[in-house]
Write a new protein. Sequence first.
Length: 322
Amino acid sequence: MRIQPLLLACAAAAPLSAWAQSAVSGNGLLDLGVFRGFDGVAQVGTVQRSNIAISGFEDLGGGMKAVFRLSTRFEMDTGQSEGAGHKPFWHDESTVGLQGSWGTVRVGRAMTAMWANDWKFDPWCNFNRIASPAWYLWHPLTPSAPYANNGTAEYGRVNNGIFYDSPLVKGFTLRLSGSFEREHEPGASGLPYSAVLEYAHGPVSTMAAFERNSAGDKDTFVAGKYTVGAVAVMAAYDYSRTFDLGGQSRAATLDATYRVGRVTLKAGYGRQRLNADVNHFTSIGADYALSRRTTLYASLGNKRDATTDARTSFGVGLAHAF
């Protein structure tokens, strides 16, 4: 076949310095737990999340790099893709972009500016399905892409997106995301966009965000974190509403972590007013670092909804990062 010589010729035509200054790596997180869910059913499954990612860069010279990332999420107990049947294989991210002194621009599918950074203000990083107040109370009425997954809502990501992260300037970072491609659905009324301004200096970090999806639903989010030695305290406020204000959610969360050697203790509380109903979420947890990459954890969460009796979920799990 003549394909291989042709590929070799193309490779030979590229600058050797560029080929020498490139790298591709694989990483991810494997998580599995034994727990009783809020429905009272004992089960084995993913408590946090599991993903495998391939990422890389090429040095283009002049302080500029080409970057890419492909990441898929899956359920450890079955091996199936997360949301199999309606979410794409590269559900988590599929982007390519450029990075320079002016910041980073990526194009493809990825988390919006707000969803990609709010996790910093939740002890469980906004993905623990037992104990994270953020998982249950933040952004409930504002899916980032209402029709992205074969007509079903996507919470967190947009397709056909453009994503920008500025360099750090005197503690401030600006993050933007959006799409110039309209969703061809009856409920779509405009283009989605998201904007985040972060500040981090010493023990203080803050974030202010605003997001609008293609259906006109809007979300305003502000959060702060203060760290003193082994203690970190976090607070956040989220205002999520539908485009016609027929649905409104106001949620406030207060959380803390405390490190003692290899153990990190966690506690969280959230209160949400969803239309006329008031909901509460309380949780505690503990992580034990078996190594730099492997963590054994225990989580407990209690939900008190306006329409149901209090429900409790608890479990233990093991997470390994690579």
